[in-house]
Design a binder for this molecule. Sequence first.
Ligand SMILES: *Cc1c(COP(=O)(O)O)cnc(C)c1O
Length: 467
Amino acid sequence: MSKTNLEIIKKIPSVDLILQDSYVKKQEEKDGREKTVQNIREVLVDFRKKILNGDITDEKMISISSIVEQLKEIERKMSNRKLRQTINGTGIVVHTNLGRSPISKKILDDSLKTIENYCNLEFNIETGKRGSRHDHLRDLLVQITGAEDAIVVNNNAAAVLLILSTFSQDKEVIVSRGELVEVGGSFRIPSVMEQSGAKLVEIGATNKTHIHDYENAITPQTSLLMKIHTSNYKILGFTKSVSGFELKDIGERYDIPVVEDLGSGVLIDLRKFGLSYEPTVQDAVKQGIDIISFSGDKLLGGPQAGIIVGKKKYIDMMKKNQLLRALRVDKVIISLLYNTLRTYLNEDNAVAEIPILKMLSEKPETIKERAQGLKNLLDIPEDIADISIEECLSQVGGGSLPNEFMESFALTIKPKSTSVNKLESKLRLGDYNIITRINEDKIFIDLRTIFEKDIEKIASELKKYLN
Ligand SMILES: *Cc1c(COP(=O)(O)O)cnc(C)c1O
């Protein structure tokens, strides 16, 4: 038996011979000889193992064409790992796994000139002297939020780290037990506190925290009173939390700054879109909160960033923290955020130009029309699949408004010629990486998160895999 195994191994084509194959030649032109030979060797090692294990017993299974098939598989796997566009059919608007907020072409175009050329990132054009990278966004943020001053860092986690490291090293920070959030598994308030050197003082019970709980916990070591927006969960029932307004009152009486991590950092009152109230940055400023932090790529709809707004004396202290250098953002982010924020000077403009705001504000009827448009492009016989338009529920996502669903419409596909799981994976692995949901043994493509420009692509993929 082992002899026949060895005989088969001897029949494995040589690397040189495999390199003569037309597909392999093309790969060599694209990837270079070294990489191509490495892939071939990987396949051959695998084949040898299979022969020795007795999984391959026929020398036909080690032909050049079956080796090429394996090489194609490697290529396919590698290319699926590349960063690329996906089509979001999940109806989750701020989808963290799918890059949170898409940026509009207009905002990208507006940013292009600063990014592709030299720019005045740290140069004051009027004086001809050195300027500060923080000034560009500062003026806009002050204008939009009403705060005294602002600074931008890498993300909201970095913002919280900067705040705590500036004000609370080896000092106490008072936080309500009901607000000790974990976001996406990798950001936990208690862990960030530990990292910053701050001492967490937990107060209240999970469901109730009173004003006197804060007051009783204040010591000479208290550096901050911190409020965290529980963006991704809600405590319901017998509950009590202290409002930003009340907290600010305590802060003033004891002369301790009050900080709020707002999470999403929405700049428009979402009730206008029929959603629940999500605390806006402007409202937190109006309540007098001294330092407010939020994300740039959640409900704000910009690039990844952490924005801190608040009293000038506190922002100035953070600007002097050496950590800021490690957390600062580059001209690409500054420019994209700048052009995103500019649209907020006129709210209608923001809703028209920021993709996630457009999606959140879209009426179900309009979504239904888009679903109909997609359905019209398909001409799939009934024996291949049942295709219809159904009501469904979209979600805000990004850990915001967890209990909130928006009425929407989906194209649903119940395939008859293939299984629903196979179709889902074909759409996902295909040319356009369409991400869908499976529900009641049907594929759901929620049209709320689908751009008009992608409708034809979805239609052509569906036709390809359903026939
Ligand atoms: C999302 C979130 C964060 C983390 O923000 P990133 O910008 O993802 O770093 C922190 N705090 C709260 C309350 C959040 O919702």
